[in-house]
Design a protein around this ligand. Structure first.
Ligand code: ATP
Ligand code: MG
Ligand code: MG
Ligand code: MG
Length: 470
């Protein structure tokens, strides 16, 4: 069986052999884009190369890029543990052409890798193209020999990519793997496409046009290619399992949380184990890249991820902080590919231990309050916004943690009520400062906090403005 580490290596080797420069993953905190919370696609570190602002000594490249999708436009946090294919942290394998090759070569390279190098059966594969992209449809027919019914035309923006309102854009073509009719879900474009039967493994973006003010104003003089393939998803395919959480890397982490807590890893606690494994990866890699838990911005996204996992550790019956004890397994699985993770191991462990120790001081009480508040509620009911706010304010429960805690009972949370309670507290705090005769500078501080939207609960203080990135 090919390991996930070998899948990554095999992808990069293949594209290197085909003349691409092998570029290491950039850090998760974007270096070139202050509006983006975390790098969420392989092309992000290359944005300025695509627009021509920056030149590099190569015109084609390949990378395995660390990505986090846990806030802003791409937020897969709520999917984690509940779909077979979503993580907060994942690696995106990619090949890029900066005005070098275009559609035909991109399709040929992709098809040869998955069907020849990796031997994925052609009859398990489907592709989508943008509905007007006849050229791509023709190429799939010619290069891959796919029949018309395996080339699905999609008219939504799922198959049209743009860097923002201004800049390069173009149609995409996605490759799906059919895991078989024993799994629920329909093909792309069908009403139940969000199921897990047909899993999107690779997105090929054909940067072809130039946009200004969200309108296409012309063709790019040198069209480019940007592709993104989920390493964990393709590893699942190549390891003959349906679910990303059944691949070698995740199995090792899940077995560890099973061993440390004594809780069975299948059955009713399965989602908790999966969430812990996923969030451990995200936490470890974010700390390694310099993010620390905080009450706003990136640090608050990290805190939300950590605390969410810590509630699940509590559900598994952990009597002591758990997460830091899992770091050695994470390093054993991923340290060879990411030496920064090895270097940061002591910091990751210390940070997780401190956060979990702290959170455990209020977690029990908060959960008790939650139990009391929801006693007698029925499926479909919602928790009062003030209660969610009290959990946030007094017990350190991020809003989404409360939502996650109620999910299994089919209960919701009154978000608007939560926001009102939050606004009211801010107003009261401001009034108290005024009354205290404090200096004007303190009021300035409140203005800044409010204007910058440092709303301590969403953690979206850094706006996501750059449009869809594949
Ligand atoms: P999906 O529709 O399944 O949510 P997506 O269309 O949002 O995926 P893209 O933005 O096209 O994904 O990203 C390129 C590739 O990265 C996808 O084809 C998939 O293989 C992988 N990928 C995207 N999101 C995740 C995630 N949350 N966890 C793991 N892999 C992902
Ligand atoms: Mg998605
Ligand atoms: Mg998709
Ligand atoms: Mg996609």
């Amino acid at each position: 069986m090919i390991s996930t580490n070998d899948v990554r290596r095999s992808f990069l080797d293949y594209f290197e052999k085909e003349g691409h420069a092998r570029v290491p993953s950039a850090p998760l905190v974007p270096q070139n884009d202050p509006t983006l919370m975390f790098v969420n696609a392989g092309m992000v570190p290359f944005k300025n190369v695509f627009t021509g602002l920056e030149t590099r000594p190569y015109s084609t490249a390949t990378s395995s890029q660390k990505c986090v999708r846990a806030g802003g436009k791409h937020n897969d946090l709520d999917n984690v543990g509940y779909t077979a294919r979503h993580h907060t942290f994942f690696e995106m394998l990619g090949n890029f052409s900066f005005g070098d090759y275009f559609k035909d070569r991109a399709i040929e390279l992709a098809w040869n890798l998955i069907t020849r190098e990796w031997g994925i059966a052609k009859d398990r594969l489907l592709v989508t193209v943008y509905h007007t992209d006849d050229q791509a449809a023709e190429l799939w027919k010619k290069i891959a020999g796919l029949s018309d019914d395996r080339i699905i035309r999609i008219a939504t923006k799922d198959n049209f990519w743009a860097m923002g309102d201004d800049g390069p854009c173009g149609p995409c073509s996605e490759i799906f793997f059919d895991h078989g009719d024993h799994i629920a879900g329909g093909p792309p474009g069908s009403p139940d496409e969000d199921g897990d039967r047909f899993v999107e493994i690779w997105n090929l973006v054909f940067m072809q046009y130039l946009q200004a003010g969200n309108e296409i104003i012309g063709e790019l003089p040198r069209p480019s290619i940007d592709t993104g393939m989920g390493l964990e998803r393709v590893a699942a395919v190549l390891q003959g399992v349906h679910d990303n959480y059944d691949t070698d890397t995740f199995r090792a982490l899940i077995d560890e949380s099973g061993a440390l807590t004594g809780a069975a890893t299948d059955g009713p606690m399965q989602a908790s184990h999966r969430i812990i494994a996923d969030h451990l990866r995200a936490s470890g890699f974010l700390v390694a890249d310099g993010v620390l838990p905080a009450n706003e911005g990136r640090g608050y996204v990290l805190r939300r991820i950590m605390r969410r996992a810590m509630r699940h550790a509590h559900l598994l019956g952990a009597k002591q902080p758990l997460m830091h004890r899992m770091v050695p397994s994470l390093v054993a699985e991923m340290g060879a590919a990411y030496p920064d993770l090895v270097r940061a191991q002591p910091l990751i462990e210390a940070t997780l231990l401190q956060e979990e120790t702290r959170f455990r001081q209020t977690l029990d009480k908060g959960l008790r309050l939650l139990d009391e508040a929801t006693a007698g509620m029925a499926k479909g009911d919602t928790l009062a916004g003030e209660t969610a706010f009290k959990l946030y304010d007094t017990f350190g429960f991020p809003y989404d943690l409360t939502e996650d805690a109620l999910r299994s009972q089919g209960l919701g949370v009154d978000r608007a009520g939560f926001e009102t309670a939050m606004a009211e507290q801010k107003r009261a705090a401001r009034a108290a400062w005024k009354g205290s005769g404090a200096k004007a500078s303190d009021e300035v501080w409140f203005d800044i906090v409010e204007e910058s939207g440092a709303t301590e609960f969403t953690g979206y203080a850094v706006a996501e403005g750059q449009g869809e990135v594949i």
